[in-house]
Design a protein around this ligand. Structure first.
Ligand SMILES: [Zn+2]
Length: 330
């Protein structure tokens, strides 16, 4: 375990206060990051110089703090209008969040809504001034590089997927009730579809946990110094300092490999009862549908080896080069 990870885990216990409509975000220094008199010290011990205002903000981020309240506190201390402080503070926190120095905890749904509200403006910009929209900022919640930190990040990252799956289950029951001749047959079909959706969502989250834990454990084993874990909407990951190309390649490849291995075990558990009579699998449609769901997730994990993903880019870049710079993530 890298130095600082234990203390970071202990510091993780306070939780972000509940959101309100007016206060959609909380911020806190990322685990392993500490404030100094003139800036921040990152998880690898590197000093990051900040101006006096930045250092003041950093000194107030030791625990989760609601961003509106932080803006009011800063406005009072600096004798400036709160609205002005809030705009600069948002930009500053966004930058620190991108640089893995601060965790931002914002409702994924609110973030999605804000992005959706910008679609007409972006469409207008594309049609009138022919400018492609800038990629929207997606906040990251940051947790310690521990097994519990990674599990928490994965569970939170896939919360939107779980809600979509629940919506699918309700829709399956409603459509079955409308389409089937009797309530009994509708409940049977609805339950079968719900079982497929529920099972696939569960396996998706479990395979994501296997994937990220493998990144974490291999990074520790190869002394790549994992510095944290993070959750965004539908995406979780482990950040680590890359050292030698072999260690980087092993850490990057471990995620998709572990995800695929876990899914193949699940597929084997589904197929095992049918080994004596494989044709029966095609008669029992529920396990067959679950098996197809698992195989689709295998393809999703295997996609991680392609340069279209962060893991794939890191893997192939490490294969090509002997030395890598620090500060990457998986
Ligand atoms: Zn990965």
């Amino acid at each position: 375990m890298p130095s600082g990870a234990t203390s970071a885990a202990a510091a993780d216990s306070p939780t972000c206060p509940a959101f309100t409509v007016r206060s959609p975000a909380c911020a806190r220094l990322a685990p392993g990051v500490s404030a100094s008199r003139t800036g921040l010290v990152d998880a690898l011990g590197e000093h990051v110089q900040l101006n006096p205002s930045g250092a003041l903000v950093a000194s107030l981020l030791g625990e989760w703090i609601e961003v509106d309240g932080l803006a009011r506190e800063l406005a009072m201390r600096m004798d400036l209008p709160a609205q002005l402080v809030r705009v600069s503070l948002d930009e500053f926190l966004t930058d620190l969040n991108r640089r893995q120095l601060v965790g931002l905890n914002r409702s994924f749904l609110a973030e999605f809504g804000a992005r959706l509200a910008l679609v007409p403006i972006h469409a207008l910009e594309m049609m009138t001034i022919r400018v492609l929209p800038v990629r929207a900022f997606a906040s990251r919640r940051r947790y310690p590089p521990t097994v519990l930190g990674v599990i928490r990040a994965c569970v939170e990252a896939y919360q939107p997927t779980t809600w979509i799956a629940l919506g699918g289950v309700v829709a399956a029951y409603l459509i079955s009730l409308l389409a089937m001749p009797t309530v009994a047959s509708a409940l049977f079909v609805g339950s079968a579809i719900a079982a497929i959706i529920g099972f696939t969502s569960l396996v998706l989250v479990a395979s994501a946990i296997a994937h990220e834990l493998a990144h974490l454990l291999v990074a520790r084993a190869t002394r790549s110094r994992p510095t944290g874990s993070y959750a965004g909407s539908g995406v979780a990951g482990v950040t680590f300092s890359e050292r030698a190309s072999v260690a980087t390649a092993a850490t990057a490849a471990a995620g998709p490999l572990a995800g695929i291995a876990f899914l193949l075990l699940v597929a084997a558990a589904i197929v095992l009862p049918y080994l004596g009579a494989p044709s029966r699998l095609f008669d029992d449609r529920l396990p067959l549908a679950q098996l197809l769901g698992v195989l689709a997730l295998v393809v999703y994990q295997a996609w991680g080896f392609t340069p279209a993903t962060g893991d794939g880019r890191r893997l192939w870049s490490a294969v090509r080069r002997r030395a890598q710079g620090p500060g990457s993530h998986a």
